[in-house]
Design a protein around this ligand. Structure first.
Ligand code: SF4
Length: 218
């Protein structure tokens, strides 16, 4: 399937967790002041690519943890984004996506029946970083996000099931990210969300001086 591509990174450690390929989709109509990627806005810009080419490149690297869908706006081209996401998931890897829409805006479009293809894409996303970049909320302290209004949401089957926290040592020497489930009962290692290595910070803190600090809220 053809689509407009703004760029491709074969290996990144800054667009999510672990080693990730990044597909930058061309096209975004939001025009956030201070946007870092204005060259991705024109829907007819970038270059033509195919989902087959992207999938082949991503799956050729056995060391990748997954793919990040970025832009531009991945939900501007939801069908090719979903095709890539579904192939990556089927290969046992995870999918992050950055969108200028809030999760609620995406849900509204789906419920009103105008964006069924958004529902398909959401179902293949493990982590959604949502919301527009707001210059007034910009912070260089943030991990992954550009502005404080943006949220890091853990999804399952298109539904929010958790939010991201950062565990870091009191001396600041190390950090690891974990997901807190919406039920506030279990934590899950960020890099291995599908295995059984869940752990409870209550049992970790007194033993190894890890502290829990939220860097996003739902
Ligand atoms: S949503 Fe993202 S790509 Fe689009 S204008 Fe805003 S910051 Fe730029």
């Amino acid at each position: 399937m053809k689509f407009r591509l703004a760029g491709f990174l074969s290996e990144s450690i800054t667009d999510g967790t672990g080693f990730r390929a990044v597909v930058f989709f061309q096209g975004c109509l939001r025009a956030c002041p201070g946007c870092q990627n204005p060259q991705t806005h024109d829907p007819m810009g970038g270059s033509e690519s195919t989902t087959e080419e992207m999938i082949e490149k991503i799956l050729a690297d056995p060391y990748l943890d997954g793919v990040t869908l970025s832009g531009g706006e991945p939900f501007f081209q939801p069908e090719p984004a979903a095709v890539i996401a579904e192939a990556v998931k089927a290969a046992g890897k995870n999918v992050w996506a950055f969108t200028g829409y809030t999760y609620e805006e995406l849900q509204k479009g789906i419920e009103e029946g105008t964006h069924d293809d958004w529902a398909r894409l959401l179902k293949s996303i493990d982590v959604l970083v949502d919301g527009p970049f707001l210059l007034a909320e910009k912070s260089l302290e943030l991990k992954v996000r550009g502005s404080k209004n943006q949220r890091i949401l853990k999804l399952e089957d298109g539904k929010i099931v958790g939010r991201l926290y950062l565990l870091k040592k009191k001396n600041g020497s190390q950090a690891r990210a974990v997901f807190l489930s919406c039920e506030r009962q279990s934590f899950q290692s960020f890099r291995t969300p599908s295995n059984s290595s869940s752990f409870c910070p209550a049992s970790i803190k007194p033993r190894s001086s890890w502290t829990l600090s939220p860097f996003m809220r739902l």
